[in-house]
Design a protein around this ligand. Structure first.
Ligand code: SAM
Length: 345
């Protein structure tokens, strides 16, 4: 038995839910426990076999709604403890940073008011008060920006941008039965787990440095998320993307999402090559990051270099043109240049 979850855009009410449920029943005649929720923007059902993603997407598109993703996972009856477990993928904009910035803004505001009211030398006040208010305003703007990012990324929010990106990247990752995949900089395990779910007959390893800049991500968190998702074909270990602890040509697929731009380096193409070193000949790769010229150098040249090295189907896909996000979102969120590098070794 498989449980399929569809992310659907455009459902507004109970009628829409009924409409979507009908489409699912018609497209997958053996579908059971069909459920749609306009508030969550999802529909789920159980079926004996994995349904065709393309057929579902096409059938839903014909009704005027838009199906953003389809995900099927093996469905087993869980024990009470497992049912109580919930996934927690945290947020790419750490909550602590948003709170820290908000506290800084509040303290600065209080400080500015106190300085404005206490009796100090007028010339000092004239200089100090405007400076303090300007710094407070900057902190406030940054806090609002961070909060909006946090909200857009959140797995519990309306936009669910992280989920859309994770599912989008995972859709490029194909593994043969019994194959092995690697997710570099796995964070809270979201992409590793999404790839493992899509390739239930293969196994997927997530590796991360788990340093203090993303203190809420950890190996234990990845393992808990895997368990909560009912996924057992994953494993996680600590390691550095710059020097991966794997032999050449270990994996049938390698992937990564928004990792390498975080690594201080004057040569991020070298980090890409380090990841590709671990890929078997014929294996697929899907690496998503902010691949602007400033961060990565000339990526068109790099793609050409890969082709010269014998790689095939090499493509650089701009993900800011609506695939994962709109141009406007990428601009205000500082994600301009987001690109997925895909191909086969
Ligand atoms: C924005 S998060 C993305 C996490 C995950 N890929 C995802 O899509 O949810 C960036 C991740 O890169 C990891 N990272 C940064 N530098 C790294 C390095 N040198 N080696 C391995 N992981 C690293 C961080 O620990 C963090 O988990």
């Amino acid at each position: 038995m498989f449980k399929t979850t569809l992310n659907i855009e455009g459902m507004m009410c109970g009628m829409c839910e009924a409409h979507i449920s009908d489409v699912i029943r018609k497209t997958v005649p053996d579908a059971k426990k069909v459920y749609a929720s306009h508030s969550k923007g999802i529909a789920t059902f159980l079926s004996e076999a994995i349904p065709s993603e393309e057929e579902l997407k096409n059938a839903i598109a014909k009704t005027g709604y838009s199906c953003l993703s389809v995900e099927s996972v093996p469905h087993e009856k869980h024990g009470k403890m497992e049912e109580m477990m919930k996934t927690d993928y945290k947020n790419w904009m750490p909550k602590g940073m948003v709170m820290g910035s908000a506290c800084g803004a509040a303290l600065l505001l209080i400080g500015s008011i106190v300085v404005a009211l206490i009796p100090i030398a007028e010339p000092v006040k004239k200089v100090l008060v405007p400076i303090l208010f300007v710094v407070t305003a900057i902190f406030l703007v940054v806090t609002i920006w961070m909060y909006l990012m946090y909200r857009a990324f959140s797995y519990n929010g309306k936009r669910k941008m992280s989920k859309q990106i994770i599912e989008g990247v995972a859709s490029y990752v194909k593994l043969p039965d019994g194959g092995k995949g690697l997710d570099v900089g796995c964070g809270s395990g979201a992409l590793t787990i999404a790839c493992a779910k899509r390739n239930p007959k293969a196994s997927f390893t997530g590796i991360d440095r788990w340093g203090k800049e993303y203190a809420s991500f950890s190996k234990a968190l990845c393992e808990n998320n895997s368990k909560a998702e009912g996924v057992s074909n994953t494993s996680f270990l600590q390691g550095d993307a710059v020097k991966l602890p794997f032999d050449d040509e270990t994996f049938d697929a390698v992937t990564s999402n928004y990792v390498y731009h975080n690594i201080p380096s004057s040569d991020r193409q070298a980090i890409l090559l380090e990841t590709l070193r671990t890929l078997k000949k014929g294996g697929t790769f899907a690496i998503h990051d902010i691949m602007s010229k400033m961060k990565y150098g000339d990526m068109q040249e790099f793609a050409k270099k890969l082709k010269d090295m014998g790689y095939t189907e090499v493509k650089l896909v701009d993900t800011t043109n609506g695939i994962f996000m709109s141009r406007w979102e990428s601009a205000w969120m500082g994600l301009s240049g987001s690109t997925i590098l895909v191909g086969r070794k």
